[in-house]
Design a protein around this ligand. Structure first.
Ligand code: PEP
Ligand code: MN
Length: 258
């Protein structure tokens, strides 16, 4: 359990992290930030640096994105989570965010993990898409070894033979990680399924399995998104998700682990 300001991770109500996959421009980022805030969200996601499979895909607004993060944070007071992809840009990312995201492709980048551990900033560590639970737990130990204990473990799906979904959401990771570590465990139903129509049911399932939170991709117009539109929720669908989460809250066991 740890808190950033009055947002508590790992105790009490699960934390909903939401925002665009990538920060695309001022209008898009502000619109999502204001909408998710209106729905009760207190932690905003969104990448300035995007790890894309194709070098020809949109790579993020980079420094310009960091500037927009600064503006949105000042304007909304939301906590910011954004990805640090390498040691070159880590300091600049650290300056604007409240939580550093380490993506699935970097879970086993041990030199990056050591540097991130030294920053002392809370970390959202995503499970490598080819990593076992033990490898994931040991990646988190790299951060702990540098004195950083404020870690959110994020199950974001693993690669299997299934092609209907982008990845396979390993929900058993939730209770397992809660047994094996003391870190809060969150689930990313967006990347694990790759399908907007599966995000609400898998959010329900994640919370029922004991997740301490979920991270959801939201876009004003998913069909026009520069990144991950197929799995992003529009504002109406995100509203439905929040209504469902709020309905579930009284039934979730939030008293101890797992
Ligand atoms: C993301 O959350 O924006 C992302 C790139 O996720 P992952 O590293 O899990 O693919
Ligand atoms: Mn994405």
């Amino acid at each position: 359990m740890f808190a950033i300001g009055d947002v508590v991770f790992g105790q009490g109500d699960p934390v909903i992290i939401a925002g665009p996959c990538a920060i695309e421009n001022r209008e898009q980022y502000f619109a999502v930030a204001q909408e998710v805030k209106r729905r009760g969200v207190r932690v905003l996601r969104g990448g300035a640096y995007k790890p894309r499979t194709s070098p020809n895909a949109f790579q993020g607004l980079r420094e310009e994105g960091l500037e927009l993060i600064r503006e949105v944070k000042n304007a909304t007071g939301l906590l910011i989570v954004t990805e640090a992809m390498d040691t070159d840009t880590l300091d600049a990312v650290c300056e604007v965010c409240d939580i550093i995201q380490i993506g699935t492709r970097n879970m086993a980048n041990y030199s990056l993990l050591k540097k991130v551990g030294k920053t002392g900033k809370p970390v959202l560590l995503k499970r490598g898409f080819m990593a076992t639970i033990q490898e994931f737990v040991q990646a988190a130990e790299y951060l702990v070894k540098e004195g950083n204990h404020r870690i959110l473990l994020c199950e974001r799906g693993i690669r299997t033979f299934e092609t209907e979904t982008r990845n396979t959401l390993d929900l058993s990771a939730v209770p397992l990680l809660r047994m094996l570590t003391t870190h809060p465990v969150i689930v990313d139903p967006s990347h694990s399924t790759g399908r907007g129509d599966l995000v609400i049911p898998m959010t329900r399932a994640a919370l029922a399995a004991g997740a301490d939170g979920v991270m959801i991709e939201v876009h004003p117009n998913p069909r026009k998104a520069l990144c991950d539109g197929v799995q992003s929720l529009d504002f109406a669908a995100f509203g439905e998700l929040m209504d469902e989460v709020n309905r579930l809250l009284p039934y979730l066991r939030r008293d101890g682990r797992p």
